[in-house]
Design a protein around this ligand. Sequence first.
Ligand code: C2E
Ligand code: CA
Ligand code: CA
Length: 483
Amino acid sequence: MTTSYDIWLILLSLLALGSAILVAFRAGISSRQAHIDIGHIGYKDALTKLPNRHAFQYQLEAAAKRCTRAGNTIALAYIDLDHFKPINDNFGHHVGDIILISVARRLQAAVRGCDSVARLGGDEFVVLFEEIKSKEDITPIVERIISSFREPFLIDRHQIEMSCSIGIALYPYDGDIEKLMINADAAMYKAKEDGRNQFKFFDSEIESETDSLLEMQYDLLAAIENNQFSLAFQPKIDSKTRLLVGAEALIRWNHPTKGIIPPREFIPVAEHFGFINQINGWVIEEACRAICRAKIQGIDLSLSVNLSRQQFRNTFLVEDTVKWLNQYGVPTQNLTFEIKETAAIKNEAQFRLLLAKFKAANIKIALDDFGLHPFTLTYLQNLEVDELKLDRIFISKIDQDKASKALIDAVIRLAHALSLNVVAEGVETEAQRDLLTELGCNHLQGYLFSEPVSEDQLFMQFKQLEIHFEATGPSVVSDYQEA
Ligand code: C2E
Ligand code: CA
Ligand code: CA
């Protein structure tokens, strides 16, 4: 099922592509010459012999001029192969190349003589349709393209199934010529999102999704400028003593008109537009300030802070963190960075470099969302992290089937053998808490104990527990939550 998070990611990729295309397109126009020879080597894609991106830009511009003069319509179809990357990975680039050449032939066979096919790069192709009056004129051609993929590709004794997703935008109806490629691309992503192997025309719904992403970009800039962020803290509990051991700092955006916006909605946008270092820099410094404020009230607070994948490339991350730790008098052991398991895997080389730097600075790293994706246990052995954070989805199955319990048991044992601290997140039921405690999971976090709370509420929980512990022994955090 596609979640709203997936949709954001798709939209982000779409905007990235769109921006890149726009830049390339503008560059093409500015260096325009009166005439271009498509047969020229610089305008041909070396692999498929189709016109390349440059050639296509000229063709498009010329077609737009003809179209404006004659008062008719042109359409642009943006074609992206579905799941092409695994083919390269599984069968090798040689097979991938043959597929691209075959796709080029099939596309040329499916379109009319007056249409032009080009390869933009990778597994992306475009078709320019001229001499059309309406959507209906091109629908049968696009259907022919989709069905030309029904026949599997036979390469080196492999029978490879392939499909494509197509987005179409019309000029002049869907905007000016500069936006044509971006809009067709946006429609193509919608076709992917709706299940691939289909085509979609650009429409007002797609337009508003793209617009809302841009709006969030501007709003985020204002949020950074006007400091509209705050931190919420979700307590972590020691499974044996049930005492508070610290908290995870979770960012919140207090939008002036839309209210509180959760991080899942804006972090991917911030990452995409390159604001994440500024935002998370604020988070790290604010976490240090909170630990410092806690200390003034007699609380020894340990906090975990989430890091984004983009921050791996921030060469000042470790230096800045050390600077803030010193500035606010925070001992290094009071701060842990949580890094998503997927981010670590996708950027393993960068991740290892970062790990070494953190290790040298004595700062702890937790592998977040562990168990959400398939993993090999040996992988853990090779990563020098300090903590493993078992994902909520992983935990949610623990009291439902024996296999899940056995798997979590194995992971906890291995983690302990490697001297890692294990935290379970998203603990919602007493049954989950009891099983995790039985399996030796060190720390627990989840709605069963507390939702993320404000700094004042967190400090209050610490103080109440301390008072209660002195009087009656161990107790649970939820006893002290405000109604
Ligand atoms: P995460 O790091 O996996 O954080 C845990 C999320 O699960 C939090 O959502 C938390 O409120 C929620 N949660 C905690 N306990 C339970 C439970 O028992 N049941 C359920 N259903 N949910 C629970 P939140 O605060 O909306 O954060 C979502 C994600 O946003 C985080 O996932 C993290 O990836 C990201 N994020 C939050 N703060 C930051 C930040 O400062 N920087 C970066 N880069 N990412 C952040
Ligand atoms: Ca986290
Ligand atoms: Ca997590």
